[in-house]
Design a protein around this ligand. Structure first.
Ligand code: C2E
Ligand code: CA
Ligand code: CA
Length: 815
């Protein structure tokens, strides 16, 4: 089983299985070892107890055997004289003893192990020795004791080169103490009996000369080392005793048994002290069998332990196998999460524990991983949806779901390239809804949106699947027939117009009939680039509009001469870009109060930069913007930036030009309110300028707007007065504060008498209405002097100051 290829710890990988196995083994070994040890200790202790009892018994038995021997001899001693008296009484006890020994000596030896018999007369002289006179004599110590106390029986054990048990007994003869009969027998027989009785070997040792010193028999330096006077089975016993000698020699080892290992087995040596004065017995017990039994028992318990260990490990392995495999499966499946392979991961998750079994940690973990996987998958799905939504939005118009201008350009490019390459014709139909602005203004944006959606629906219905349909913005749509003749294009235009004509939107009783003007251009013949084709289609569309609502117009080369229209289309694009990339800027021109010569306020004049960085003046782009509707965005931009400049320079008072369409812009007032608040600029610092033409063309709206703005605190100036209607009647109606006389009347004021009359008349009239007069295009001091003489209030022009950018006012909007 290969471990999963997960990052390793510093010391490598070891399966949980082996880790737990090792831990279990250690624990079991420890437990088993201590159990075996305890069992062994118990056995040993029991054995020691047992041996203690055995030793005590052996000591008793040995002493009893010796005692028994003395008693036997004492019975024999009193019998001996009688044995010799069988052939009638004699006068001599000695003779009787001698005869008894003669007759029964062999029997004494055989039956009772009597090895020597001595008779010592009451005067202390020896008179009789059996078996012969040159046999063993009476030991000196016994003789001395007899001399000290002759009339007492003495039983003693004496060892020199051999061990003998002696009994000296006083005998009476005809009422008088006659002497002592001494019987001696070898201890060997008693020892052999002991051996036969107990199975133990025994050696007799005499003690030290002085107490506290080791017996010379146990001292390797001594000449009598291990020369035991009596020992059973010396060949076996002596080597054992030699091994134990050193320990035995120590007097403090008196009672403790000494274990000895010899080639034949294990033995235990202990001392029975003072068998007789100065004489000890050394007992050698063979404990091999017991030790072997203990060893076997201990070994058995160890083996049992090992068996248990092996069994439990096998069991553990079997128990852990399943869960560990599941765990490993889980661990090896998890990396799939990082690879977003959710389905694969779910497949590889370990199965749940069998249905009837309760769940375990791995099941919990698996469940967690499963729900995590679900969550991550859902998140991934959401993200992908959001991403595809963004991609969709980059290519589509969300309102109509048609392609947007960007995608239209991409697609159209491909179509155009194919048309060029395969040399076939196609048609571009450019649609502009008629009077769509009215729908928006009168019925609101929602109705406008509905109308756009319905137009899109109709376009989808009318077009072929291979056609390209897009909403280019506002109320403009485009339809491209990738392959098609002029006839096809015409037919398509008519079909579209019929379809659109069927659309009616209704709101609060107001009904709007939709209609569209369509410009048609054929490609690649009527334009090499998309820009050219779009411009031409736009031109054709304007031609269609000229003819009235709901018409189409096929572009023809001769229309290209109408430069004005052509330029209009290019301008529209340029303005759109300037708005998008913020390529507008504001210049400021001072207006002085003629009486004091001090600057009263500045007029804000708009400039546009084209992509080549050239400054474009408003006469060029404002009229186009008015027609394309871009003017509203421009007005917003100007107000926003002018207010930003005022916020930056609190002393600044500005005059801001408003477009004609601003008069009909219902959102202008609320937007202004919002901007005033945002920039914290007081409305009193602002004058709005609107041209006479614009004001009069939307008289009602203009009047309302002026009043509303004046209510905020703004001032109003009527610009270019005299250039248009020159309708003094209207002037009375319009609630303006200032009147700016058109520069055309001022410029030649010094030379032109008519202009002077005109300006003077207007000035007086305006003053009569309580308004003030401003003169623009004041280019010389002469003119300024004339104006001063006429009582004109304010002057503006190159003499006073040219329009220029204000330091520190650009790009200071807080947007
Ligand atoms: P306007 O409101 O009559 O602005 C005065 C125009 O006369 C400005 O031209 C200015 O540069 C120019 N001018 C000033 N003093 C003299 C002078 O002594 N001699 C001569 N010959 N010209 C002088 P500009 O800046 O090219 O603006 C042209 C028009 O564009 C403006 O006429 C105004 O109607 C419009 N306009 C300018 N800025 C804006 C704006 O921000 N919004 C709107 N809607 N229209 C603007
Ligand atoms: Ca102006
Ligand atoms: Ca003007």
């Amino acid at each position: 089983m290969a471990p999963p290829s997960t990052p390793r710890g510093p010391s490598g990988y070891l399966s949980l299985r082996w880790k737990s196995l090792i831990a279990l083994s250690l624990a079991l070994v420890l437990v088993n070892a201590s159990l075996a040890l305890i069992a062994n200790l118990q056995l040993v202790e029991q054995f020691e107890l047992q041996q203690g009892a055995v030793r005590e018994q052996q000591a008793r038995q040995l002493r009893a055997l010796i005692e028994e021997g003395s008693q036997e001899m004492s019975k024999l001693a009193s019998l001996v004289p009688l044995l010799g008296a069988s052939e009638g009484p004699t006068a001599d006890i000695e003779a009787q003893i001698a005869r008894a020994l003669d007759i029964h000596g062999a029997l004494l030896d055989l039956e009772w192990d009597i090895r020597s018999v001595h008779w010592i007369r009451s005067d202390g002289t020896d008179s009789l020795s059996w078996p012969s006179d040159d046999g063993p004599s009476v030991p000196e110590t016994l003789r001395e004791r007899l001399a000290r106390d002759p009339e007492r029986a003495i039983a003693t054990l004496l060892c020199k080169f051999e061990c003998h048990q002696y009994l000296a007994i006083p005998l009476l003869w005809q009422g008088d103490f006659a002497g002592n009969l001494i019987l001696g027998r070898s201890l060997a027989d008693a020892l052999l009996s002991f051996r036969a009785l107990t199975g133990a070997e025994v050696a007799i040792a005499w003690g030290a000369e002085k107490p506290g010193e080791p017996s010379p028999l146990l001292d390797p330096q001594s000449p009598s080392y291990l020369q035991f006077p009596a020992v059973t089975y010396p060949d076996k016993t002596e080597p054992i005793l030699r091994s134990a000698a050193a320990t035995l020699a120590q007097t403090d080892a008196l009672g403790t048994p000494i274990p000895v290992q010899h080639d034949t087995g294990w033995f235990e040596v202990f001392r029975i002290p003072s068998l007789a004065p100065g004489i000890d017995a050394l007992i050698v017990n063979d404990i091999s069998t017991q030790r072997e039994a203990i060893r076997a028992a201990t070994l058995g318990s160890i083996l049992l332990g090992i068996l248990g260990l092996v069994l439990s490990e096998v069991l553990l392995l079997m128990i852990m196998k399943g869960p560990l495999y599941r765990l490993r499966d889980l661990a090896s499946a998890l990396p799939l999460l990082a690879e977003n392979r959710y389905a694969d991961l779910r497949d590889r998750l370990p199965p749940h524990t069998r249905a009837r079994m309760p769940n375990d940690e791995i099941d919990l973990m698996t469940d967690t991983v499963r729900s995590l996987t679900d969550r991550m998958e859902a998140l991934q799905r959401d993200r992908e949806q959001a991403e595809s939504r963004l991609v969709w939005l980059a290519n589509h118009d969300p309102l109509t779901q048609l392609f947007n201008r960007r995608r239209f350009n991409d697609e159209f490019k491909g179509i155009l390239e194919r048309a060029v390459r395969f040399e076939h014709q196609g048609a571009l139909l450019f649609l502009d809804l008629d009077q769509f602005k009215d729908v928006n203004d009168l019925s609101g944006h929602q109705v406008g949106d509905t109308l756009l959606q319905r137009v899109a629906d109709q376009l989808r219905l009318v077009s072929q699947p291979s056609d390209l349909v897009a909403r280019l913005g506002g109320d403009e749509f485009a339809l491209v027939l990738p392959e098609g003749s002029e006839d096809n294009a015409r037919a398509a235009a008519e079909a579209i117009q019929r379809a659109i004509h069927s659309i009616i939107v209704q709101e609060k009783g107001r009904r709007h009939h939709a209609s569209a003007s369509i410009g048609i251009v054929m490609f690649p013949d009527q334009g090499a680039t998309i820009g050219q084709l779009m411009a031409n289609a736009d031109l054709a569309m304007y031609q269609a509009k000229e003819k009235g609502r709901g018409r189409w117009y096929m572009f023809s080369e001769k229309d290209q001469g109408k430069e004005q229209l052509d330029a209009r289309v290019l301008w529209r694009e340029e303005i759109a870009q300037a708005l998008q990339f913020d390529r507008f800027e504001l210049h400021f021109q001072p207006i002085i109060e003629i009486a004091t010569g001090e600057i009263s306020h500045l007029e804000v004049l708009l400039r546009m930069r084209n992509p080549r960085g050239e400054t474009i003046y408003p006469d060029r782009f404002i009229p186009v913007a008015e027609r394309t509707g871009q003017i509203r965005a421009i007005d917003r931009w100007v107000i926003d930036n002018a207010l930003a400049a005022m916020r930056a320079q609190p002393a600044l008072r500005l005059s801001i030009n408003l477009s004609a369409s601003a008069m009909d812009d219902p959102l202008l007032l609320p937007d202004l309110r919002r901007l005033l608040q945002r920039y914290e600029v007081s409305a009193e610092r602002i004058t709005f300028e609107v041209t006479e033409t614009a004001a009069i063309n939307s008289l009602a709206n203009a009047t309302r707007l002026m009043r509303d703005m004046q209510a905020l605190g703004c001032r109003f100036a009527l610009d270019d007065f005299g250039s248009g209607y020159a309708s003094y009647a209207y002037l009375r109606q319009l609630p303006v504060d200032d009147v700016k006389i058109d520069g055309a009347f001022i410029r030649d004021l010094a030379k032109n008498t008519e202009d002077r009359i005109f300006v003077k008349a207007i000035t007086d009239m305006v003053h009569g209405m309580g308004k003030r007069v401003v003169a623009e295009f004041v280019e010389s001091a002469e003119i300024l002097a004339i104006l001063k003489g006429m009582g004109v209030d304010y002057a503006q022009g190159y003499l006073v100051g040219t329009p220029h950018a204000l330091a520190g006012t650009q790009r200071q909007r807080t947007r």
